[in-house]
Ligand binder design. Sequence first.
Ligand code: B12
Ligand code: SF4
Length: 485
Amino acid sequence: MDMATKTPHVLCINPWIYDFAAYDHFSRPLGLLYVAAYLKSRGVEASLIDCMDKHHPDLLKRQGRSKPKLTRYGIGQFHREIIPNPECLSYMPRHFARYGWPEDIFISELKNRPAPDAILVTSGMTYWYPGPRRVIELCREHFPGVPILLGGIYASLMPDHAQQLLAPDHLVTGPGEIEAANILADILKMPHLRENHPTNIDDFPYPAFELYRHVDYYITMASRGCPFRCTFCATYKIDENFNQRKPDAVIEEIFSQTRRFRVKDVAFYDDALFMQAKKHIKPILREVAARKKDLRFHTPNGLHARYIDEELAQLMFDSGFKTIRLSLESVAKERMRDIHNKITPGEMTRAVKNLIKAGYRPRDLETYIIMGLPNQPQEEVLETILYANSLGIHVRLASFSPIPGTKDYERAIENGYLPKDPDPLITNTSVIPLFRTREAYDEFYNISQFTRMLNEGLKLDVKLIPENGLRQTLFKAFDRVRTWE
Ligand code: B12
Ligand code: SF4
């Protein structure tokens, strides 16, 4: 091809995850796929290396499989290779690992392709920075001189840290479609990339899932941002505006993209999917239910249960919501007030009742409960767990991870729980970041195993909470056992 007419090409990369645990629970680099789609729509060629892609033929060959092992919704384990714990986390009684491809598969991917005109690297959790750091190191080695852009959550929340440690040529904070195009206009010598950006959220293209060799499920967002400001959450730091898409545009995307990629499962990444339900999510789900396409919907991110009235619960059931995670966090009054008055136990109970009336079994529902906040007593966590268990729903413990820029992060530093400029590695959710000792970890482990037992009990119909049931007998037995020699 004549060089003068060659379409400029960007290589998009989703790095490995370095962590104690990682599971593909509808986990795709959605932000990067939005940026890639936008660039493609403006005439740039884009390709993708996703180090977490379970369908890579070399990976499958090594695993001795022809297809990855997936559950019914297309999710599943990532490949992992154990590596030494980072020095600051050496006390952790768990294996640290690099999740995703073995490194040599990534290197041969780089070797087997011509040098791109620019490389776009995304970043996830702040404490996953070793992934993008290694990707950038290897890209510099294999494609010297090719400009590297870094964006995503870590880049947005810790731009100084990222710039210093990873030294990308360009660092983008916040939504990246327009910013990436502006930067690339010069690099790719495509001045039009700087012009005529859409102003309406619905005029941006759908995420570029076509860059994958195989699509297991589709992910979308019916809105961006969140109108709340919870003390532990950094969403507003990443995207300070709250914007909802037009219901018709979301419906069109769901049906056309699931048809195109032949998938049945759709996950929503929204932070506030149920805001203004009457004019937003309800018309979307009404249409989905009416078309009877047997789609399945998943909300890995927590939902605002407050808005689940009888009508919404019925629409969720009829349209095929399967993975339902309700945000509860805590039942302690002061905590709720402090967090943002997002929900009360009464509202949670009502939402669960509405969902059960609509056709769900309680154990089909899950709730997020937070532990490890500054000055949060253990009793508060246990009380919240027991309350959720009394509703018959599955508990998901989320350990608090202090995020730069949030109120709780500042408080953690002010109260001496965190050093002033902590290495993000110590804020990993698995390590009970504010305490960072083996004892704190063991305590968390006990609570999480207790929670697991309660969750298993639900499946077997064992109820510990009712006044005169197993609970009384159990406590009496505990007391008696304690007096044994
Ligand atoms: C969906 C989600 C999840 C999903 C999965 C995410 C995944 N990909 O694997 C689930 C529910 C599993 C999850 C879990 C957790 N999450 Co989460 N999650 C999110 C959420 C809501 C959306 C992320 C997202 O994809 N957004 C959509 C895309 C469109 O936005 P984006 O990625 O930012 O991309 C844009 C820009 O960043 C930029 N961009 C992105 N890449 C690139 C690349 C280039 C080159 C350029 C130029 C631009 C660019 O352009 C994009 C388009 O505008 C965010 C909150 C938020 N609003 O960001 C929290 C968030 C990332 N999660 C967070 C947390 C705390 C957690 C948990 C620790 C919660 C817990 N205590 O258990 C767990 C931990 C998981 C783990 N294994 O460690 C924190 C971040 C923590 C941190 N330290 O970094 C966030 C910010 C929420 C918060 N509480 O503040 N999460
Ligand atoms: S925790 Fe949820 S409701 Fe609160 S600000 Fe973050 S996204 Fe919004």
